[in-house]
Write a protein that binds this ligand. Structure first.
Ligand code: GUN
Ligand code: FE
Length: 416
């Protein structure tokens, strides 16, 4: 048994934080054993890592992020989606055919994530399956949990990034075969979005989904243009989500639907039917997408919502910043469209970033008894002589903090 002492905070449920001030979190065989106000008699003498009154919280999960866009973050942010893709993103992603370049970027990205307390991520890479495999290796080395997808796109893209359909499917199958047995990081199918994928490609991916029993991530109803273009190209479907349903891409899970900003009733019905995980990416919304996910409405309808940095449409890796932005955007949404929308509480947004997100990757995301133990420790957010409650310190960290406030990281603690 090993004990960690501090102010322990995690999500009790979707709406409430659970807070244990000045307490001890017990870990046995890598799992949370319990939380105590003092060390129980029978464990006296057990080792204690004492963090004083610093906050001990679960690490963050990033459910939508582009490994191939790290080097362009914070540039081109005055463009909107289609111009940003063709001017900045597609030329950048083309560089990932070069293993040396890819390794440099992917390694830096994983380091930055760990530094910022993100221990779980669902990554898009680029069309290049070989270098996508290198990202898996860096994540495994860092002991992250994750999903990694080789991107598929065979139309409406520049020549240098347009795959031959058969080649794309072949390379995807090779990628699945090579990585399906991964311990913490698994492959996931990643058709970029409907406008860049032929029917043949999506149905081929659907066959691979069934054969290898793998999930899928994509961008769904992310802009008014994309939503209309999707059903124009797939005219047998009445909504974007039905395209993936018909192709058999939602059958295995996880089905991770990025953005989900403009869902119709049919998209919502299909997301619910397949227990899909939607991803709110607040910075990306602000920067290049121009639309706000109706997060409060969807959450009240029991749609699963997680958070994503969406680097490089989002400009930073810190998921805790997305917690703050999700609250901020819900206020704008409710102000301009009050009929259907309410505001998110801080606790609701934190839940999306930790418990809801963590559970996509395993027995993770909170400090309930039996969860795999992982944690980050937060300190230094109070002003001198002006103490704050644990809940207020956590909120201030998400709004005002940075990686310097993360004073310890516990990942893969199965040796305790
Ligand atoms: N839609 C299609 N590709 C992309 C991408 O790379 N980023 C974002 N935010 N949206 C997309
Ligand atoms: Fe994206």
């Amino acid at each position: 048994m090993h004990f960690y002492h501090g102010d322990i905070v995690f999500s009790k449920n979707k709406k409430e934080l659970e807070i244990h001030e000045n307490s001890y979190l017990a870990v046995e065989s890598g799992k949370v054993f319990g939380i105590y106000e003092s060390i129980p008699k029978q464990y006296e003498g057990a080792p204690v890592t004492d963090h004083g009154r610093a906050l001990i919280i679960p690490p963050f999960s990033d459910l939508h992020v582009h490994g191939g866009q790290y080097a362009e973050r914070g540039t081109g942010m005055d463009l909107i989606l289609s111009d940003w893709l063709s001017t900045y993103t597609f030329p950048e992603e083309a560089k990932f055919s070069d293993a040396e370049y890819a390794d440099r970027i992917y390694k830096a990205f994983v380091d930055d994530m760990i530094k910022n307390g993100t221990f779980h991520a669902s990554f898009y890479t680029t069309i290049h399956g070989d270098t996508a495999g290198h990202l898996i290796k860096f994540m495994e080395d860092a002991k992250m949990h994750g999903f990694v997808g080789k991107v598929n796109m065979d139309m409406n893209s520049p020549d240098y990034l347009t795959e031959d359909t058969e080649e794309s499917l072949k390379e995807t199958e090779a990628f699945l075969e090579k990585h399906i047995g991964g311990e913490r990081v698994k492959p996931i199918l990643t058709p970029r979005f409907a406008p860049t994928c032929s029917r043949e490609l999506l149905y081929g991916l659907g066959r691979l989904a069934k054969k290898y029993s793998v999930g899928m991530q994509t961008h769904l109803v992310e802009s008014i243009w994309e939503k209309a273009e999707a059903v124009r190209l797939f005219d047998d479907c009445s909504c974007d989500a039905e395209i993936y349903e018909k192709a058999g891409l939602l059958d295995n899970g996880p089905s991770i639907l990025g953005h989900f900003i403009f869902p119709g009733e049919d998209d919502i019905r299909i997301a619910k039917k397949y227990n899909a995980i939607t991803v709110h990416c607040p910075d990306a919304t602000n920067n290049i997408i121009a639309g706000i996910m109706p997060a409060k409405m969807l959450s009240d309808r029991d749609i699963k919502i997680t958070l994503g940095s969406d680097v490089g449409a989002g400009h930073g890796v810190a998921v805790y910043k997305q917690v703050a932005r999700a609250v901020q955007l819900s206020k704008l949404k409710a102000f301009y469209e009050p009929e259907n929308n309410g505001t998110l509480t801080f606790a609701e947004a934190f839940y999306m970033a930790t418990k809801e997100g963590g559970e996509v990757f395993g027995n993770l995301g909170s400090f309930e008894k039996g969860k795999d133990f992982e944690a980050i420790v937060i300190d230094g957010v109070e002003d001198e002589g002006l103490p704050l409650s644990p809940a207020n310190r956590l909120e201030r960290f998400c709004y005002c903090g940075d990686d310097r406030n993360i004073i310890a990281r516990y990942i893969a603690m199965d040796h305790f």
